[in-house]
Ligand binder design. Structure first.
Ligand code: MG
Length: 248
C-alpha cells in the first residue's frame, strides 16, 4: 500500500532528509586513503546522533552498522570493518536518518584520493541518471517514466543497471511501497501522485549487470569484479513537481 504524505509529514521528512544529507556530506568529506570503512561509519553515526536523529540502518534487519559502505566492486550493503581505503578506490556510502518518526535515505559514491577518469565518468553518469529519474517523478506521470529515464542514460553511456535491488517508497518506514526499479518502460507502471515519497537509487555497474552476494548475507558485489556506483535521494512528488528531501 502506498502511503501518501500530508504537508506536515513532508515537512518532517525534509528535516530528516536534511540530517541524512548533511551526514552523507560530512562522511564523504572524511574519505581519505588510509582510513578504514569502520572509521567512516563512525563519522556518519556520530553526526546522525549529534543531530538528534537515529541511524535508520543500525540493526535494520540485523544490519550491524549505521552506514552501508561499499568499496569498488561492492555494489551496496557493504558492512563497515577493518578494510583500509586506498588511493584510487571508490567508496559508496549509503545511510539513513530517522528524525521525529520519519526517514531520510541517501547515498553517494566518492573517490578515495584522486579520481581516475573512468571512475569519475561512472560516478557522474550515475548521479546524472538519478537526477533524470527525479525530474521524471511528477504528478500524473508513471513510475516507468522514472525507471526509463535512469536506464536510458546509463545504458547510452555503456553501463549496466543492477536489477535485483531497487529504490522504494520511504516515510515512517525505510522501505514502503512501491518498489522503484532502475529499469522500465516510459508510460508504464503505476501512476505517480502528489504526496508520494520515494527513494530513487540507481546502482550502476561499469561492466555487466550480474551481481553476487557474499556469504555474510549482505555485501552485494559485481559478478565480473568491475566497479559499481550508487547515488540515492529521497524525494517527494508535489503538485509543483519533485522536491529532493535529502539535500542540505
Ligand atoms: Mg534506499
Amino acid at each position: 500500500m502506498i502511503i501518501l504524505k500530508t504537508t506536515r509529514e513532508l515537512s518532517l521528512m525534509r528535516d530528516a532528509g536534511r540530517i541524512a544529507a548533511e551526514a552523507l556530506l560530512r562522511t564523504g568529506e572524511a574519505v581519505k586513503p588510509g582510513m578504514t570503512t569502520q572509521e567512516l561509519n563512525q563519522v556518519a553515526h556520530d553526526f546522525i546522533i549529534k543531530a538528534g536523529a537515529v541511524p535508520t540502518f543500525l540493526h535494520y534487519n540485523g544490519f550491524p552498522a549505521s552506514a552501508c559502505i561499499s568499496v569498488n566492486d561492492e555494489v551496496i550493503h557493504g558492512i563497515p570493518g577493518k578494510r583500509v581505503l586506498r588511493d584510487g578506490d571508490i567508496v559508496s556510502i549509503d545511510l539513513g536518518a530517522t528524525y521525529r518518526g520519519y526517514v531520510g535515505d541517501t547515498a553517494a559514491t566518492f573517490a578515495v584520493g584522486a579520481f581516475s577518469e573512468e571512475d569519475e565518468r561512472l560516478c557522474r553518469v550515475t548521479r546524472e541518471s538519478l537526477h533524470l529519474g527525479i525530474a521524471a517523478a511528477v504528478p500524473d506521470g508513471r513510475l516507468g517514466d522514472v525507471s526509463a529515464a535512469v536506464q536510458k542514460h546509463c545504458e547510452e553511456n555503456g553501463y549496466s543497471l543492477v536489477r535485483e535491488y531497487t529504490g522504494h517508497g520511504v516515510g515512517k518506514d525505510l522501505h514502503e511501497d512501491p518498489s522503484v526499479p532502475n529499469v522500465g518502460t516510459q508510460g508504464r507502471g503505476l501512476w505517480l501522485r502528489a504526496g508520494m515519497t520515494i527513494a530513487i537509487e540507481p546502482m550502476v555497474n561499469a561492466g555487466k549487470a550480474a551481481i553476487r552476494v557474499l556469504p555474510d548475507g549482505w555485501t552485494v558485489l559485481t559478478a565480473d569484479k568491475q566497479k559499481s556506483a550508487h547515488f540515492e535521494h529521497t524525494i517527494a512528488i508535489t503538485p509543483n513537481g519533485p522536491v529532493i528531501m535529502t539535500s542540505v
